[in-house]
Design a protein around this ligand. Structure first.
Ligand code: NI
Length: 170
């Protein structure tokens, strides 16, 4: 296993749309293992392939950050089938160190995905798990959480980020 470098905003690779995964091979499985290790090490509760510079439709989510094997989800080609409700809560992103934003997300989601062998499965998620899965699927479409807030809040956040970049604190 290997720790991967997590790309930070405004790396343009974070804003690319990842194509559908068609090869369920050892290299995809190795990437998933490395991403899980990287996410746990960060520590974080979700990580998407473009955040480690890989243009693959793969994301990993683990609300327990490695404490509970049952809480680890590896989602290949995830698709949101249903959303219910909306909640505004604070969230972060490993590509935006120490930046928290209040982002509206569905309260519940039903997602269909494939495992690392191509087998389809469904996840019904609510609360934080729904938020996290929704955030990670956004990454696969090149959508960052900055885009989910109002233009005013986005500008404020961008200014804060630019200031931190200039101060070498990013
Ligand atoms: Ni993120």
């Amino acid at each position: 296993m290997a720790l991967l470098e997590i790309l930070k905003y405004p790396d343009p690779r974070l804003e690319q749309v990842c194509p559908t995964e068609e090869q369920f091979d050892d290299s995809l499985r190795k990437l998933a293992r490395d991403m899980i290790e990287t996410m746990h090490h960060a520590p974080g509760i979700g990580l998407a392939a473009p955040q480690v510079g890989r243009h693959e439709r793969l994301t990993v989510v683990d609300l327990s950050s490695g404490a509970e094997p049952d809480e680890l989800f590896v989602l290949v080609n995830p698709v949101v089938l249903e959303t219910h409700g909306e909640v505004r809560e604070e969230e972060g992103c490993l590509s935006f160190p120490d930046l928290m934003l209040i982002v509206p997300r569905p309260e519940r989601v039903v997602v269909e995905a494939q495992d690392l062998h191509g087998k389809p499965f469904r996840v019904k998620a609510d609360e934080l798990l729904a938020r996290c899965i929704h955030h990670e699927i956004d990454h696969l479409d090149g959508i960052l959480f900055l885009e989910r807030v109002s233009p005013l809040k986005r500008d404020l956040a961008r200014r804060k980020i630019n200031k931190r970049i200039r101060a070498d604190d990013w």
